[in-house]
Ligand binder design. Structure first.
Ligand SMILES: [Zn+2]
Length: 75
């Protein structure tokens, strides 16, 4: 569905645009390009391909809307 690649900082400021609950998926911008970042299993970060805002925002909405709280107990 989405291709994840290791997040490699490019030396410029990483801006957080939106963060899903629990910060599972974070919509970021860097060098005027946008991507979704998430925590990788190895403790680092992974990101989707960099691109225009509309594409990254769509990916972020789709990813974060599928997010569920594993630990949350229904009351
Ligand atoms: Zn959550």
């Amino acid at each position: 569905m989405y291709r994840w690649e290791p997040h490699i900082p490019r030396g410029s400021l990483l801006c957080v645009v939106e963060s899903s609950c629990c910060e599972e998926f974070i919509l970021c911008s860097e060098d005027s390009q946008f991507f979704v970042r998430r925590r990788a299993a190895n403790g680092g970060h992974e990101q989707t391909a960099r691109g225009p805002y509309a594409r990254a925002a769509k990916a972020w909405i789709e990813l974060s809307s599928g997010h569920q709280h594993a630990a949350k107990v229904a009351s």
